[in-house]
Ligand binder design. Structure first.
Ligand code: ZN
Length: 71
């Protein structure tokens, strides 16, 4: 894991910052906002991961769709 988003806080591992990763994590911020709170979003997100795995999670697929290419 190179990045983690909790609400409006985005944590990126040292040396891992990229346009693609930052845009991905910003989409997770949007997902938190759509859910209304961290408490509302995290159970949905974690349930998705448990059910179909990280890669196939709807939240991860959505975030990947919003990734900007690195330049
Ligand atoms: Zn993600």
């Amino acid at each position: 894991m190179a990045g983690l988003t909790l609400g409006h806080s985005i944590l990126i591992c040292h040396g891992q910052l990229s346009r693609r990763l930052l845009s991905h994590e910003c989409r997770h911020v949007s997902q938190y906002e759509q859910a209304g709170s961290i408490a509302a979003f995290l159970p949905l997100y974690l349930q998705s991961i448990v059910q179909v795995g990280y890669w196939e999670s709807l939240f991860e697929r959505d975030a990947r769709a919003y990734e900007l290419a690195d330049v």
